[in-house]
Ligand binder design. Sequence first.
Ligand code: RTP
Ligand code: MG
Length: 140
Amino acid sequence: MTTYVEETLVLVKPDGVARNLTGEILRRIEAKGYQLVDIKLIEPERELLAEHYAEHQGKPFYEPLVEFMESGPIVALRIAGNRVIEGFRSLAGTTDPTTAAPGTIRGDLARDWGLAVQQNLVHGSDSPESAARELALWFA
Ligand code: RTP
Ligand code: MG
């Protein structure tokens, strides 16, 4: 049997921490069978957020997104498992919480509170390259 272990970065965004949903989000990750490897509470510097969201610099939602990400503490998780990168994206649901499928983290626990799609509770790396880059940033 081949074992293939992959790691990804999950962030519980400021809305998730403020709404005391960190435990519920971690519960879903663990219930799915992924392994928690590392965890920390962090209030990131703008520099870290700028690097994290480098691909979105210049987009209209970039500044409000960074301001939202600076609005309170974030919980960073390093999780592992076979195909965990796509697996966590599937658990999270699509970006817009209003239309994210019920059964997903965003679909069950988030909605539009007035900041459009920014307050969608979680971030998950979207590719092996992003996961390696983002884990190095948040768990330097
Ligand atoms: P994430 O990176 O947070 O896991 O979410 P994602 O891949 O589903 O979404 P992405 O396109 O990478 O966007 C990153 C985050 O930016 C905010 N966003 N706002 N049009 C908008 O106002 C807009 N589009 C994206 C969301 O917080 C999204 O998660
Ligand atoms: Mg993304």
